[in-house]
Design a protein around this ligand. Sequence first.
Ligand code: NAG
Ligand code: NAG
Ligand code: NAG
Ligand code: NAG
Length: 531
Amino acid sequence: MQVHISPSMRRITISTSNGFLDPLKIKVAARYLSHRCLFWSILFLAFLLPFIFITTALITLEEVNKCSSMYCLGRKIGPKLHWRSDPTRQSRHVHSIVMQASKSDLPAGENVPESFSEFVAEVEANRYDGKTCILKLKAMLELQEQRTRTAKLQEAVYRHFASSGIPKSMHCLALKLTAEYSSNANARRELPSPELTYRLTDHSFHHFVLATDNVLAASVVVSSVIRNSAQPQKVVFHVVTDKKTYAAMHAWFALNPLPPAIVEVKSLHQFEWLTKDNIPVLEAMENHSDIRRYYHGDHTAGADLNVSPTILASRLQARSPKYISILNHLRIYLPELFPELDKVVFLDDDVVAQKDLSPLFGIDLNGRVNGAVETCRGEDPYVMSKRFKTYFNFSHPLIANHFDPEKCAWAYGMNVFDLQAWRRTDITKTYHYWQKQNLNSNLTLWRLGTLPPALIAFDGYVYPIDSQWHMLGLGYHVKSNLDSVQKAAVIHYNGQAKPWLDIGFSVLRPFWTKYVNYSNEFIRRCNILET
Ligand SMILES: *[C@@H]1O[C@H](CO)[C@@H](O)[C@H](O)[C@H]1NC(C)=O
Ligand SMILES: *[C@@H]1O[C@H](CO)[C@@H](O)[C@H](O)[C@H]1NC(C)=O
Ligand SMILES: *[C@@H]1O[C@H](CO)[C@@H](O)[C@H](O)[C@H]1NC(C)=O
Ligand SMILES: *[C@@H]1O[C@H](CO)[C@@H](O)[C@H](O)[C@H]1NC(C)=O
């Protein structure tokens, strides 16, 4: 916005992003404004209106500067209004009236003009004095400020719903594939075919594990790994899903085999080990009524205007129901779920492989259990600045007494697990212990579901691998460096903007859609379109 004041102070031109206010109109109106009011209005417009944008920016860039109230701004810009180079009586007077206005408010019930022209009309009708003018303008400013904040908060809430819902087309895919499973014997055929089942437990193959209830995402992960593999004949995929998705997932991989690699599809209920007796803490988490309300309840309640939109967004994300789903916690039971295997690469369903991942199986973890990319240093200052203090409540004595806030965090999403080494440790027990502590403390130790207890449980058992193996953050912001995205072996759309959602970032989506088979009849029939 720009404010131009003619030398005679009889004409004001205000240009906004919406175009120009008619200068003539204001000129005519100005004739009717009392001179006192006009003078103060001009000063206010010229010096305070630009701060509308600053306050809006402050709302967005919270943490950078907490000052977004009029009073605070008045104090901040106060010194500038002194015009130190020209300390006339007039300027002191201006300063004092602005400071006065910043401390008082328009009397309750007074109309706050919606727009500048409305303001001009009102001033014209009522012939306000200088102070009332400033108070009116201040009220307008504050009203806009509040609306911007409300809109930002609304946006965070809508994004949350957009990210936690299942798009219709993907629901359709699951339904159609489930129907195919019951009507087409080929969709039910054994996976992998009987003569290849020996590979499922053979250590000389490269075993990948993926746990998801999203068929389309699974198809992308599996085909991206296999198509980029230098030795696809060695790839064995273990896809774990839940009961409701099993038929669809099985049908997909039965109808879309990727030879020479093999894919196994298993449902949670097919793992004998995974009975509720073995995972009491998770059951308690799913059962606990407070916790159910926390994760499944009304997420917008308690969204007050004082919290910053970014914080609200992260709170909402932390409450995503996926954080208490067993599929999400499954990775901590890998040694028990795959008792015959000694090394696996575990992938999240929001990753895409772009390079041969075979070398991961050759990395010597040096007796450690978990080969992972560390997330406390890297080019992306937001995604790669994670330390223990990012995830834990260090005001809580249980956390403060046990952990180092500066300790580097690492990422889930692509991990090499040495299951043999894991079986010699108490990692799973430690994980359970801390889950229970958090539960007993009413979830005040940490918010986000699976990573924090894993950071504790794997403490001392992590082997840092080169960060080019796993690039994070493609679902957080659109600013991911495209060069690095292209170079990374695995890219990870962690964050809300999943590539299969409408809110996914269009510049980052092609790296994912590249592996969607748009000529597949199920994909076509469900209107999953290349965008
Ligand atoms: C979980 O809920 C079920 C049914 O509501 C109940 O029978 C069971 O005892 C509960 N388990 C725990 C650990 O609270
Ligand atoms: C947890 O919350 C319940 C009520 O919601 C309360 O009775 C209990 O004392 C709280 N426990 C802790 C450790 O704060
Ligand atoms: C962090 O822990 C302190 C001490 O128990 C507690 O008062 C506070 O509410 C916790 N913060 C969060 C965000 O849970
Ligand atoms: C895509 O799907 C069609 C039909 O299911 C299949 O014939 C084709 O081989 C698939 N293409 C790829 C690249 O997987």
